[in-house]
Design a protein around this ligand. Structure first.
Ligand code: HSE
Length: 307
């Protein structure tokens, strides 16, 4: 078999977009991972990490390995892959780090297999990686990672993914250096929702999507409200309420927890506002003495790219 290899650039993602728990997500320009794949006919996978995070390299313990095995099982002949991952999206940040590895390898593999699979199939394979990472095969990071822009998971079984147009938006993210495991952040959620809260949440989801399609920034801002998940999860993130209040005071449209946290994101209409938002975030975490990273970035419209 001739050596076939490919390298991909994979965006970080914000799942939930505040009101859309497990159904909405958005891809970012930064941070991003780089993954290289070489196709062979061994029937096996090797994984090498060339980054700082000490993730397991045994394929069945690595989200990329599990996602690739799902793809290999569905392919009509015996294939194998050598994978090299350079991860810049910190695991446990709430920025779709596990989705990046899972989605990146299946998109890269599909290119090496002359696009044998559809995007929807690729999302399904990558969801196996999410299952390993968090115990639940959610697609709200995977879909925007692969499709780019914002996506709606109207249904996960069967998968029904809708691409959502977004107007120009600046995104400021702060990643306080505390650990919040997605599995823990899911465990603490209530299993039942009151009809009153559900009605408020439906209004906000519909408002947010309408705001995106109509480029109505005011509507986007007032729809970034979560009455179900945020009141519970925000307790795990020191400084959360101050970040929301102070960033809105300097002009952010709104925002909230990125995925299951601990990162927090805020949308702004201009770069100047996004930079002022970053300063507010820095002030808050400097005061409470927690280390952090910040990103000022924009929506990634392309999804995973070949380089
Ligand atoms: N929708 C998932 C959650 C995203 O909030 O648990 C996790 O990255």
């Amino acid at each position: 078999m001739e050596t076939k290899k490919v390298t991909v650039h994979i965006p970080a993602t914000i799942a939930n977009l505040v009101c859309g728990f497990d159904i909405l997500g958005l891809a970012l320009e930064a941070p991003y991972d780089i993954v290289n794949l070489i196709l062979n006919d061994s029937g096996n996978i090797t994984i090498k990490h060339i980054d700082a995070y000490n993730l397991p390299e045994a394929p069945l313990q690595n989200v990329a390995g599990v996602a690739l095995y799902a793809l290999m099982k569905a392919y009509p002949s015996t294939i194998g892959f050598d994978v090299t991952i350079n991860k810049q999206i910190k695991p446990g940040s709430g920025l779709g780090s596990s989705a990046s590895s899972s989605a990146g390898v299946v998109v890269a593999a599909n290119k090496l297999l002359n696009n044998h699979f559809t995007n929807t199939q690729l999302v399904g394979f990558a969801m196996e990686g999410e299952k390993l990472a968090s115990g639940v095969a959610h697609a709200d990071n995977i879909a925007p990672c692969i499709y780019g822009g914002a996506t709606l998971i109207r249904s996960s079984s069967p998968l029904d993914i809708i691409a959502i147009d977004t107007p120009p938006l600046f995104v400021t993210v702060v990643h306080p250096q505390i650990e919040v495991k997605t599995s823990d952040a899911r465990q603490i959620l209530k299993k039942d929702v009151s009809l009153k809260s559900a009605i408020q949440q439906w209004g906000n989801i519909a408002g947010l999507i309408t705001g995106f399609f109509k480029s109505d920034y005011e509507l986007i801002g007032r729809s970034l409200e979560d009455v179900i998940i945020e009141p519970i999860r925000s307790i795990l993130i020191p400084g959360f309420n101050e970040v929301k209040t102070n960033c809105k005071a300097v002009g952010a449209l709104g925002g909230g927890i990125s995925g299951s946290g601990p990162s927090i994101f805020m949308f702004s209409t201009t770069k100047d506002i996004a930079l002022a938002v970053e300063q507010e975030m820095k002030k808050i975490y400097n005061t409470i003495n927690i280390n952090y990273y910040t990103y000022v970035t924009q929506v990634n419209k392309q999804g995973i790219q070949f380089i």
